[in-house]
Design a protein around this ligand. Structure first.
Ligand code: ZN
Length: 224
């Protein structure tokens, strides 16, 4: 166990969690706030990237919209609060419900993070979420992808440049070729460029299909 998660669990013992939505004591997300967030789950389509190449994934499922309480939980997960992994994982499982594409996947994989960011946080939030989702679907969690070239932070890139920024930026690690149907997990989905690049790498290595599941979908504002 890492020091950061150990200290977080000790803190939880001394100062028991309160609901991040309404502040009620007892757990990090109460039942009523859970139900309200679960109502945000949705299926969506990714924007085409416009260069004529077929996309490895065209749609996604998201547990929540990236705003309000869901945004607080995802940001909390990024900044060290691993206690949000379980409720977010449960919300993600609720988001695919009985969809056989997700339930009958062969393995669960996640969008890799920069080594520098992992060194700062001690973990990759997408991996923490994927571990929780893998338990729900009872499929193996597989660490397959790595970043093979540096990219600009997607948050600093606008519009269609987001696609060119990440094309070919991810690859499957040697000896970890994908097979069958892969459930790809990430924390936040913006344009889908990063997840699309990861899905392309998984398909190239042997996956038959890739399904994307995210904790939260960012609301895109029209760029002027
Ligand atoms: Zn609550």
């Amino acid at each position: 166990m890492r020091i950061s998660s150990l200290s977080e669990e000790l803190l939880d013992l001394v100062y028991p969690s309160s609901c991040i939505g309404c502040g009620s004591a007892g757990c990090s997300l109460c039942e009523s706030c859970f139900v309200s967030l679960a109502g945000q789950s949705h299926v969506g389509e990714l924007d085409p990237h416009g260069d004529g190449t077929p996309a490895a994934i065209t749609g996604y499922r998201a547990a929540c919209a990236y705003e309000g309480v869901a945004r607080k939980m995802v940001l909390g997960l990024k900044s060290s609060a691993r206690r949000f992994a379980a409720p977010l994982g449960l919300l993600m499982a609720a988001a695919f419900g009985n969809d056989p594409d997700y339930l009958l996947c062969d393995s669960v994989c996640f969008v890799p993070s920069d080594r520098k960011k992992i060194a700062q946080r001690g973990y990759n939030p997408a991996e923490v979420l994927a571990r929780s989702v893998a338990l729900h679907v009872d499929r193996p969690l597989e660490d397959r992808l790595l970043k093979v070239r540096n990219t600009l932070d997607q948050d600093t890139v606008r519009g269609t440049d987001r696609w060119s920024n990440v094309v070919g930026a991810f690859a499957v690690m040697p000896g970890r070729a994908a097979a069958g149907r892969v459930l790809l997990v990430d924390d936040v989905l913006t344009t889908g460029a990063t997840a699309g690049s990861c899905a392309a790498a998984l398909m190239k290595s042997g996956a038959s299909e890739v399904f994307l599941l995210v904790a939260a979908k960012a609301i895109l504002r029209r760029e002027g």
